[in-house]
Design a protein around this ligand. Sequence first.
Ligand SMILES: Nc1ncnc2c1ncn2[C@@H]1O[C@H](COP(=O)(O)OP(=O)(O)O)[C@@H](O)[C@H]1O
Ligand SMILES: [Mg+2]
Length: 426
Amino acid sequence: MLQYDWRLCLAVSVVLPPLAVATTLFHKYGMKAYRDLRAQTSRITGAMAENIAGVRVAQAFAREEENLVRFQQLQGVYFDRFLVVARLFHTYLPFVGLVSGLGTAIILGYGGSLVMQRAITVGEFAAFILYLGMFFGPIQTMGDLYNAVLSTAASAERIFQLLDTEPQIRDRPDASALPPVRGHIIFDHVYLRYDTTPAGTWVLRDICLEAEPGQIVALVGATGSGKTSIISLLARFYEPQQGRITMDGIDLQTATSESLHKQIGIVTQDNFLFTGTVMENIRFGRTDATGEEVIEASKRLGAHQVISRFEKGYATPVAERGSNFSAGERQLICFVRAMVARPRILILDEATSAVDPHTETLLQGALEKLFERRTSFVIAHRLSTVCHAHQILVLQHGEIVERGTHDQLLVSGGHYAKLYAEFVRH
Ligand SMILES: Nc1ncnc2c1ncn2[C@@H]1O[C@H](COP(=O)(O)OP(=O)(O)O)[C@@H](O)[C@H]1O
Ligand SMILES: [Mg+2]
């Protein structure tokens, strides 16, 4: 266009500054609007997932109506935010159209007068107008694309936020793999608080304990006293703010998490099964375990009978989060999973809470074998499970208030003796 006529070209460029301003504004407000919209999408997805997962609780408490109202409120906010985005875009795009129309009008007026003055030929004028179309066409297309770019950028921001999340526990750059351990564990004046723990208070305070290889250590205490927290430290799901935890003399913080987790077997209260078959779930911790080994282990734990009752036995498919099994059945499968993995250190956190007393007795017998030659940590409310432990630690408000064997603690007549008296009475 510059080659054809610099005056016309200059006249057209009058429209560029308003176009630039409009685009800058659209970028600024559009980005914010899209961010808000995406955040709301997350809330809706989250609420949907929660409501579907918790549908039984919602039904049991007759909360359907209320949950629906809440969901509709979320949708209402989404609708409003969508309107903001739509308004912005549908102001910007027509504005771009208007400006390019204005540009064309300027050329028609100014160029027309130049033709009348015979400063340019009609041919040049016609060519210029064609070029003008080629100039504004892409700008309008870009406007349209720009909307998609903003929308995508807002989504990408959220995805990268997730990808960039730093794990709380990371291996030190100089961390080394833990060699196969004997299971000599020491907690040396350990203090722990979580991110959300109020300042000035501790979840665990001055925890000192020593477990010899092969010992069974039982943790006893009221709900919320910090039993699971001790276990979480041992498995290095969290790190203490003060004090040290060593395994065979090696500070856990200098070891790689993977080498630690390979040697630990955990069975908890809320066990997790993955989709797949029962067999696949049992082999989870040691994929090269043979079928015979699995059956042998589950026979010893009294799980074989239960699993054989399923229509397809070990090939029974596991639904999402194991929802096609009872809590007790899940616990049994997890016991077998822990046993097959042959961990050096075994952790049972209220692991028998969901099985019936008969199965528990069966497990009890099997556990003695499972405990052999491994250091074990056991948390259980049925004190019959823990009375054989080599040492029992009684926790209260994050502190160890008593320690000793079952007999010693009964004689000393403290918290444990009271707990046990209550337990026996029921
Ligand atoms: N991930 C966590 N984030 C924040 N606080 C936690 C977390 N886990 C446990 N707590 C708090 O730490 C305390 C001890 O919890 P926990 O060790 O699970 O107790 P227990 O297993 O003895 O019932 C509780 O007061 C609980 O609220
Ligand atoms: Mg617990």
